[in-house]
Design a protein around this ligand. Structure first.
Ligand SMILES: CC(C)(COP(=O)(O)OP(=O)(O)OC[C@H]1O[C@@H](n2cnc3c(N)ncnc32)[C@H](O)[C@@H]1OP(=O)(O)O)[C@@H](O)C(=O)NCCC(=O)NCCS
Length: 181
């Protein structure tokens, strides 16, 4: 499979998408295109195989958002003004279960981070947040997402990832590659 990740397109085949979660299936089938093209409240990116470039195998949705400063750990917002923090919301991310466990989730979240870094270079936004299903929180944690303290005990777990951390890690990686270590 040669996977390409690009913006959702109008004639993409989404009806057969099944990640095992009705809300995430339904969002892709019924709302993603309208929210992107008509309402401008979320842009979705689709992972497709070059061999069947209309069939969506996985997707994620990004939107701008802001969260009250008090929602973050104190040490994280020390020195910041008392405004809500501007950030990017990773609103949805899902992989068709027929293709799970093959690295598609990794490819999708990596692309979401790349896009977020590009946006953060042009528009002020400090971090990326997501409301993760509790049983997926460890999956996000492996990418550096940290639970926001005081989040409700039930329902989704709000998690954030500081984009400066991602940028610093990429710089370190690039420096190591230049040194050949
Ligand atoms: C979560 C999801 C996106 C992962 O996609 P995927 O393509 O299967 O992920 P990848 O193949 O990139 O990664 C799989 C790895 O993550 C691990 N993993 C999967 N779920 C995990 C979890 N809940 N906690 C920790 N690790 C997890 C797997 O063990 C595997 O590890 P390995 O690479 O060492 O074998 C996918 O399972 C999915 O769409 N689930 C249904 C929708 C959903 O829950 N979306 C998230 C909403 S918050």
């Amino acid at each position: 499979m040669a996977i390409v990740i690009r913006r959702l397109e109008e004639h993409d085949e989404v009806e057969s998408f099944d990640c095992g979660d009705d809300a995430l299936n339904n969002y892709l089938r019924r709302h993603a295109w309208t929210n992107q093209e008509k309402s401008s409240i979320g842009v979705s990116y689709a992972a497709v195989d070059e061999g069947a470039p209309r069939t969506v195998l996985g997707y994620f949705t990004l939107a701008m958002a802001s969260v009250p400063r008090d929602a973050f750990p104190k040490k994280y917002v020390r020195g910041l003004p008392p405004y809500a923090l501007p950030l990017i919301l990773l609103a949805r991310l899902a992989v068709d279960r027929r293709f799970a466990g093959r690295g598609l989730g990794h490819a999708l979240i990596s692309e979401a981070l790349r896009i977020s870094l590009r946006v953060a270079n042009e528009v002020g936004c400090r971090c990326i947040i997501t409301d993760a299903y509790r049983d997926r929180a460890n999956w996000y944690a492996q990418y550096g997402f940290v639970p926001i303290e005081g989040a409700a005990e039930s329902g989704p777990q709000r998690m954030f990832l500081d984009l400066r951390t991602v940028r610093a890690a990429l710089r370190r990686g690039a420096a190591m590659a230049r040194r050949g270590t």
